[in-house]
Every structure is written in C-alpha cells, then in structure tokens.
Design a protein around this ligand. Structure first.
Ligand code: UDP
Length: 358
C-alpha cells in the first residue's frame, strides 16, 4: 500500500439507485466524497444498485431488489431482506474483490454491512447517514464501534447522540462543490422547501407557513410518498405552493437561489441536512427547527433562524424577520465550513487513521 494514494471502494446505499433521489442526501455525499478523493489521486470505484448514475466516477452496477428504508419501519422491527437482495449481492461482490482495495466504505444504513465487518479481511469504514431508527442497527453498530474503534463516521454531534456509542463516532460534517451554487443577492418574494416528500420531512408545516404568510412556496424533491403528498394537498387546498419535481443540482440551485429563505421542517433528528448547506451556498438563509443537524448548521440570526421544533408560528415569526439576514453571510458560512475540500480532508484523515497511516 502506498501511503499517499489509497484504493477506496465505496458501497452505496441499497435503498435506491444513485441519481434516483430515493437515497436522499447520501447520493450527493457519495458523489462529493468520491469526486474529491478521485481528484486527489486516490483510486475510487463505487458499487451501487443497477441503474445508478454517478458523473465521472466508475460505477459497478449490481443486480437485485432494493432494501426497504429504515424510516418506514418500526424501531423494533426484525431484519427483513428481499430474496434477491441487492445489498447482499453488493457485499458478495465486495468480499470477492476485497484484496484489490485498501479500505471499503459502507454508506448503507443497514444491519448487514455491520454484521459482515469481522468476516472481511479489508477494513470497513461505515458512514452512518441517519440517527437511531432501528434496534438491530443500534446493537450491531455498537458492537462494531467497540471491536473496530474509529471505523464509524457520522455527520453531526446531534446525530451521534442518538446512539449509545456516540463517543466512538468520527464527526465528518458534510461539504459541497461550492462552484456549482451561484450566489443571489436579490431574491423574489418566494420561499423554498427541498427534500424527499415523506412524512419525516414535515412538509405540511412549510405549506401551513406559506398559507399563513401568503408567500408562495416552491417545493422540490423526490416524490417518495404520494399518499402523504395528496393528504397535504387535500388539507391545504388553497395554500400558495408549487411542486417543481425532482431537479438536478444545477436546476435546483437556480430555483432556490431566487428565494428569500429555505424552510426546513424535519420531524425527526435530521442527521445533517445537505439541503441546508446547498441553500446557504446560494446566499439563502435557512429557517429550521432547533433540533438535530440543521440546528448545528444554522447560525441563529446570522445565516437563518432556529425556531421551536414543530412550531408553525415559529416559522412564521422567523419569516417576518428575514430582512435582518445578510445573504452574503450565508454564502460565506458555506465557503468556510462546508467546502468539498474540507470534507475530503476529514475523510482522507479518517481512512488513513483506520489504516494506521496517520
Ligand atoms: N435534492 C435534489 N433535487 C431536488 C431536491 C433535493 O437533488 O429537487 C437533493 C439535495 O441535493 C440533497 C437531497 O436531495 O442532497 C436531500 O438530502 P438531505 O440530506 O437534505 O435529506 P435526506 O433525504 O438525506 O433525509
């Protein structure tokens, strides 16, 4: 093994193809870390469900049925796998080629990769992308944290605190390619909401705030739960909202940057919230609940507002104070704290520490 350039095999999420939006923020995280480490000269390949697309990085496409998402199951649910599981097939592939790689990086929020960790010769780094949602994952990841110290990465301290093994977690934050997000100093009188359309994202609160303030809300993101969306439309028939679909990063930032603020309304302890830093990169302040990852990102009164969790009135009050925010402070925060270079440094250091190279 050379100590400067590593051979790193990424195993993507098994709940959706890269590019589909079903994987949520993990898709952007995989892309950003892979591109940045590839740019630095490391050898990178990404293993992902068949049909995955990742610009400029080779994808090894694996057949099989997708895994069910953890957030749609009960905390105490048993582990369920489809008969022809893409997750199992991806790890079978990794087992076969493991000697060609220095480190394998797991991006799946699932029991199996943790369980398999002691069975492989090549070290595995696990980047956990959500807070605690499953007893089986909590238990097996806790065992890995003890047996393989330093191999579990998370995005924020609030996310780590949902796990009993919080102290063992490496804090990686997140980062984006800031050159892809254009700053906009003069927004239109509109608000934005970005994310998977699914109950844990609390979209109804943003729709309610749009209705109360009368400020139009642009909604962008993967339609993951159609029934949930239909219920919101039925409950708020005359709210000034517009659903633009699931957009590419380039299309999305073009829409978001013209908005006065991003409303982020998660019901759960959001592990990070990539959409927050994407909005900040465009100079768009973020109004969000004082809970989880977004509360660690937003500087209250400087780059957005933190309001009482689940309070629509809190959102409405913050919208009224948006004039206090200097949009260039938002862009500056993204540049200083959330560059893809910083994320690359932290990941590189993490992998080298696992390999005892630093
Ligand atoms: N996103 C997108 N197009 C859209 C709306 C959202 O590509 O129209 C992406 C966005 O860039 C972000 C992801 O969807 O990377 C949502 O990730 P986040 O971390 O905010 O939440 P998660 O889905 O992981 O819970």
């Amino acid at each position: 093994m050379t100590t400067d350039f590593l051979k790193i095999l990424f195993l993507s999420t098994s709940v959706g193809q890269l590019g589909s939006g079903l994987g949520g923020g993990v898709e952007l995280t995989v892309l950003n870390i892979a591109k940045e480490l590839h740019r630095r000269g490391h050898k990178i390949a990404v293993v992902a469900p068949v049909g995955s697309v990742l610009e400029s990085i080779p994808v090894i496409e694996i057949m099989g049925d997708l895994q069910v998402t953890a957030q749609t199951q009960d905390y105490n649910a048993a582990i369920v796998m489809p008969a022809d599981s893409v997750l199992a097939n991806m790890w079978e592939y990794a087992r076969k080629v493991q000697d060609e790689w220095d480190v394998i990086v797991n991006f799946a929020y699932d029991w199996l990769p943790f369980y398999l960790t002691p069975f492989l010769r090549t070290p595995i780094a696990h980047l956990i992308s959500m807070g605690s949602l499953s007893a089986s994952l909590d238990r097996i990841a806790g065992q890995v944290a003890v047996e393989f110290p330093g191999t579990i990465g998370v995005h924020t301290a609030s996310q780590a605190q949902t796990f009993a093994f919080a102290k063992e977690c490496q804090l990686l934050g997140s980062g984006i390619d800031l050159s892809l997000y254009e700053f906009c100093s003069q927004p239109e009188p509109k608000l934005a909401w970005l994310g998977r359309i699914a109950p844990e994202k609390g979209l109804e609160d943003a729709v309610a705030a749009a209705k109360i303030t009368g400020i139009p809300l642009k909604i962008m993101g993967k339609m993951q739960d159609e029934d949930y969306w239909q219920k919101i439309c039925a409950d708020w028939p005359d709210a000034p909202v517009e659903y633009l679909g699931f957009l590419t990063t380039s299309q999305m930032q073009e829409q978001v940057r013209q908005c006065r603020a991003l409303l982020m309304t998660p019901r759960w302890v959001e592990a990070f919230g990539n959409v927050a830093i994407e909005a900040l990169a465009c100079g768009v302040p973020v109004i969000t609940y004082e809970r989880g990852g977004p509360a660690e990102i937003v500087r209250d009164g400087l780059t957005g507002f933190l309001v009482e969790p689940d309070s629509v009135n809190g959102l409405v009050g913050a919208i009224a104070r948006l004039d206090q925010i200097d949009r260039s402070a938002c862009r500056r925060q993204a540049e200083v704290e959330y560059s893809v270079g910083g994320l690359g440094d932290r990941c590189e250091h993490w992998f080298k520490s696992i390999l005892k190279l630093s």
